[in-house]
Design a protein around this ligand. Structure first.
Ligand SMILES: [Zn+2]
Length: 144
């Protein structure tokens, strides 16, 4: 879908704004963290290490999540330059405007996104291991 030039500029500005907002959040996390580490370095006690590392971990995963979102914004900007923005990468249908407004960096329509998430969930699912019947019998025999 080749979108009109003025619309392209509008979308580009919106994506850059969204990317910037996330970047500000990332910087907040890192400056807050380095300040905290500086302040704590003088009265560091051995027993504190676990308590202090927990919120740090939570913040790191949030920062990691933000970095992922920034990458998605970058990819969306690249798609925009290739005139591929707003086209689902799976079924090549146009992504409805409402969805683009909600998730500006999305590369899939809702239908494809849902099916991808479902597949990922299925991949993560590890079925319980059922031992073959004969093996169970062998085990019981061995125990007697
Ligand atoms: Zn699709």
């Amino acid at each position: 879908m080749e979108i009109a030039l003025y619309l392209k500029e509008k979308v580009r500005a919106m994506l850059r704004q969204g990317r910037n907002d996330i970047l500000i959040e990332v910087n907040k996390i890192s400056s807050e963290e380095s300040r905290r580490l500086r302040e704590n370095s003088t009265d560091f006690r051995r027993g504190d290490i676990i308590d202090r590392s927990m919120p740090l971990n939570a913040k790191l995963s949030l920062a990691e999540h933000y970095c992922l979102v920034i990458r998605q914004y970058d990819e969306a900007l690249a798609r925009l330059e290739r005139d591929e923005y707003g086209i689902c990468e799976k079924c090549y249908d146009n992504i409805p405007l409402g969805r683009l407004k909600q998730v500006p960096f999305t590369k899939y329509c809702l239908k494809c996104q849902t099916s991808i998430e479902l597949k990922e969930k299925q991949l993560r699912y590890i079925p319980p291991i059922h031992l073959p019947f004969s093996f169970e019998k062998e085990k019981r025999r061995a125990m007697i």
